[in-house]
Design a protein around this ligand. Structure first.
Ligand code: ATP
Ligand code: MG
Length: 565
């Protein structure tokens, strides 16, 4: 264990920190805390999303920076919605992000016996009672923000009766929903969370870990702080919607014989344009078949963006860039893509792929001849070396790189015009071949043998450099182009979320042609297709039939926004 004893560890001493790191630094410096222990507490009722990534980077990041530790704790208190599949996926995703909880893997369900005993402790102290009101009646008694609540008729039950009923709740004598255990605090409190909140409910449901051992389950509010206290969490960091729950968090910790005194701190959740970060809604998309699954490359889930090709470094960089705040705001999705491009620009090898092929025949190039050109793998990283790319008489270029009747600013290929083929030769378009419908099906060109390697001895330089593949050597591929899942930056603002789903978020291109080096790469491999964007090999890939997902285009709209100020 990496607990640091005595003096505050060598945390960043002078650089400005976000407000939570400031608190941690001060707590350590003043000796209020000997070490920092945080936790990431997902409920295993869905897959992790980008919002969780912010919380993971924060909790694990703080533990790393201040020489403490971070626990992964499953908040598995609602067996109706929780599944082992989610537990496994969450562990996989946290690891993928680059964090490690070491031996500190916990489950709130492991604390069920202790939580039960503490509930009995509250009953004995006159601080909890069994209520026979229905959920609806409890709601009606709760009052509003402006009106106090009303006491339940069962509030004054004697301790003995409460103990007996609670024990019988546990034994399974009562059906779901007939009774609850409530804290006995104050029905007139200005804070609705303190109006005798429910601590336990009856649920005859099998739990993924405890099976049928329990038929009463603690609520989030009751389980969370006590779990923190059991694990010795020092800084229990959560999102702002729990701010109003903090008095209850503190009340429970103060009134129970817990072994440590955790404190809760709240920060603003991540909101992203064009994105919905809610497990419940994402589950709906999956269940209704609107996407390919939790890991659809358009999903903001960690498994989705992984399949899309986002590198984990980019997410950590993003978390650092957005920082931690106390005020709600919405981050521009372009900022996330900016981080993705930044990492991929350094690391993704360049390759050539043609998405919408147009045949180009070089009439003066010897039939049957093949040359291997050495193409640079990454101009940002000379150490990445080069690779051979075969060149021959028949090539494919991108259909949109040719125009028969080009407008003024179109500098690519056109009749009579010369362009450079990347790393190969200059070619000039001599003839345009069309089919019966008038559609261009082939370009007949000549090449200049003196321009070998991409430059001419006379110094002339074409305005455009095109990517290409050799027809005989290229591998057919499927390429899936992705765009935002929603049509507007604030989905759901004016109508149902589902109505804002974009019909253009996925475009599947078949019949693409990619260079031989893109053959048989393992799923998850990230590359740049020259001039087109960053792409990632999809798990649907089969031998000889690669499938690529577009991670993002090359245009960095965030950098442009930045420059404009
Ligand atoms: P959802 O609303 O998507 O279901 P949740 O908050 O219910 O999310 P939990 O599994 O309870 O999901 O969340 C685990 C941790 O992640 C919590 O501490 C929660 O505060 C944090 N978290 C969830 N969403 C975000 C977000 N958008 N930004 C930052 N942190 C988040
Ligand atoms: Mg939750």
């Amino acid at each position: 264990m990496s607990d640091t004893k005595g003096k505050a560890p060598a945390a960043p001493a002078d650089e400005p920190l976000d407000f939570i790191r400031e608190i941690v630094r001060a707590d350590l410096a003043d000796g209020r805390r000997q070490s920092v222990v945080t936790r990431f507490p997902p409920e295993p009722n869905g897959y992790l999303h980008l919002g969780h990534a912010k919380s993971i980077c924060l909790n694990f990041g703080i533990a790393q920076e201040f020489g403490g530790r971070c626990h992964l704790r499953f908040d598995d208190t609602n067996p109706l919605k929780e599944e082992q599949e989610y537990i496994d996926a969450i562990e996989r995703d946290v690891r993928w992000l680059g964090f490690d909880w070491g031996p500190h893997l916990y489950f709130a369900s492991d604390y069920f016996p202790q939580l039960y005993d503490w509930a009995v402790h509250l009953i004995k102290a006159g601080l909890a009672y069994v209520d026979d009101l229905s959920a609806d009646e409890i709601r009606q008694h709760r009052g509003t923000l402006t009106e106090p609540g009303k006491n339940s008729p069962y509030r004054e039950r004697p301790v003995e009766e409460n103990l007996d009923l609670f024990e019988r709740m546990r034994r399974g004598e009562f059906p779901d929903g007939t009774r609850v255990l409530r804290a006995r605090i104050d029905m007139a409190s200005g804070n609705i969370n303190l109006r005798d909140p429910v601590l336990y409910r009856i649920l005859h449901a099998s739990h993924p870990r405890t099976g049928d051992a329990w038929c009463i389950y603690p609520t989030y509010d009751y389980a969370h702080g006590q779990s923190d206290a059991i694990e010795g969490i020092t800084h229990s960091i959560c999102t702002l919607e729990f701010e109003d729950h903090r008095p209850l968090y503190d009340w429970l910790v103060e009134n129970l014989p817990v072994p440590s005194r955790p404190r809760q701190y709240e920060f603003a959740r991540l909101n992203l344009t064009y994105t919905v970060l809610s497990k419940r809604f994402l589950l709906r998309l999956v269940n209704e078949g609107r996407v390919r699954g939790w890991d659809d490359p358009r999903m903001p889930t960690l498994c989705g963006i992984r399949r899309r090709g986002f590198p984990p470094e980019a997410l950590r960089q993003f978390a650092e860039l957005i920082g931690v705040n106390k005020r709600e705001s919405t981050v521009d999705y372009a900022m996330l893509e900016h981080c993705v491009r930044d990492v991929l620009n350094q690391t993704a090898p360049r390759r050539m792929a043609v998405l919408r092929p147009l045949k180009l025949v070089i009439t003066n190039y010897p039939e049957g001849q093949v040359e291997q050109f050495e193409a640079q793998n990454n101009p940002e990283d000379p150490a990445a070396g080069t690779r051979p790319v075969p060149f021959s008489r028949e090539l494919y270029i991108e259909r949109e790189d040719f125009m028969e009747d080009p407008p003024k600013k179109f500098f690519r290929l056109a009749p009579g015009r010369e362009v450079r083929l990347r790393a190969a030769y200059f070619v000039t378009c001599q003839e345009v071949v069309k089919d019966a419908g008038g559609q261009v099906v082939e370009l007949r060109c000549t090449y200049d043998p003196a321009s070998r390697g991409g430059s001419a001895p006379d110094g002339r330089s074409p305005k455009a450099t095109l990517h290409w593949v050799s027809a005989a050597h290229a591998v057919p591929a499927e390429v899936r182009l992705y765009d935002h899942l929603f049509v507007r930056p604030d989905p759901g603002a004016e109508r149902d979320l589902l109505e804002d789903l974009s019909a253009q978020s996925e475009e599947v291109l078949t019949g693409c042609r990619v260079e031989p080096a893109l053959h048989d790469l393992p799923a998850g491999t990230r590359v740049q297709f020259e001039r087109l964007g960053y792409f990632c090999v999809d798990p649907d890939t089969r031998p000889g039939q690669p499938v690529f997902n577009r991670t993002c285009s090359l245009k960095d709209t965030w950098a442009r926004v930045q420059k404009k100020g």
